[in-house]
Design a protein around this ligand. Structure first.
Ligand code: G1P
Length: 303
């Protein structure tokens, strides 16, 4: 029987240069989809999947993340005094149990594999999850929870997977499929960011992983790969070379690449439209805005 997954690693050491100048002073993971920081979505997803310990791999300039998860007694007291219980509940939802959260620094930007390896001493010989908060996945049953169920059935490492257009394979880890069973895919290899002509498929790894402790051991031996970085993909590929099973999992839900501006914008719109307090008004605004502006566009063209 597969062991329970109770720890998750959140690599959050990146500089977030694609969001400069905002990321000059705020970590990218604190940027909000409407009013919830990206990192909150990742934490909520992990909690829903039964994760109890949260390990953040950070870097310089990320202390706002630590503050975000801290209790804020002054704010709580002010809200209590004003009787704002709904906001108080919202705030309490972001608190973490004492000792449930650990921060470890990645001292050098040596890649995703290296970031994950930095957390090795916080794990016993146990399976663990990795969540990349840039990938926001919306679904009633959160993606990691779907994967925990798949892991319980397969017992091997599981990576989230999704078909991408062939020209985009060079932005992802790509799976070499052995047996396509629908939502679960057994794989025989994995390549980090191959050019379209070298890609073994167009099934891409998305930022959710459930990994066996062997992957952590492999990371200690993994040489620098694509981009001169230590790649998590290479340490997972080693599993298959060593004859251990790894599966791709086609999750249910819509994925937004919030590491890019356009993905972040799309996610913002999607979240806003889903919200009970904003969706209707925002939807009407969007429709009117598009109508009016395309009308103007037509008029300019015509006249
Ligand atoms: C990372 C991984 C890659 C994966 C991607 C998913 O790449 O290295 O294998 O497909 O996340 O978002 P990054 O986007 O950090 O370059």
């Amino acid at each position: 029987m597969s062991r329970k997954v109770t720890k998750a690693i959140f690599p959050v050491a990146g500089l977030g240069t694609r969001f400069l100048p905002a990321t000059k002073s705020i970590p990218k993971e604190i940027m909000t989809l409407v009013d919830r920081p990206l990192i909150q979505y990742a934490i909520d997803e992990a909690r829903a999947a039964g994760i109890k310990e949260f390990i953040f791999v950070t870097s310089r300039g990320k202390s706002a993340l630590e503050d975000y998860f801290d209790h804020s007694p002054e704010l709580a007291q002010a809200l209590r005094k004003k009787g704002k219980t709904d906001l108080l509940d919202l705030l309490e939802d972001t608190n973490m149990d004492s000792g449930a959260i650990a921060y470890i620094r990645q001292h050098k930007a040596l890649g995703l594999g290296h970031a994950v390896w930095c957390a090795r001493r916080l794990l016993a010989d146990e399976p663990f999850a990795v969540i990349l908060p840039d990938d926001v996945i919306m679904n009633d049953k959160p993606c990691l929870q779907q994967m925990v169920e798949a892991y319980a059935e397969t017992g091997g490492s599981v990576v989230a997977a999704m078909e991408v257009p062939t020209p985009q394979t060079s932005s992802y880890g790509i799976l070499d499929v052995e047996d396509d069973m629908g939502s679960v895919v057994s794989i025989k290899g994995m390549v980090e960011k191959p050019a379209a002509e070298d890609a073994p498929s167009n099934l891409a790894v998305i930022g959710r992983y459930i990994l066996s402790p062997d992957v952590m051991r492999n990371l200690g031996q993994t040489q620098r790969g694509v981009g001169g970085e230590i790649q998590l993909t290479d340490a997972i590929a080693k599993e298959m070379e060593d004859g251990r099973p790894v599966y791709g999992f086609r999750f249910r839900g819509q994925r937004f690449d919030c590491g890019s501006k356009i993905g972040f914008l799309k996610a913002t719109v999607a979240v806003a439209l889903e919200r009970a307090d904003l969706g209707a008004e925002f939807g009407t605004f969007l429709e009117d805005y598009i109508d009016q502006n395309s009308l103007q566009h037509t008029q300019t063209k015509a006249g």
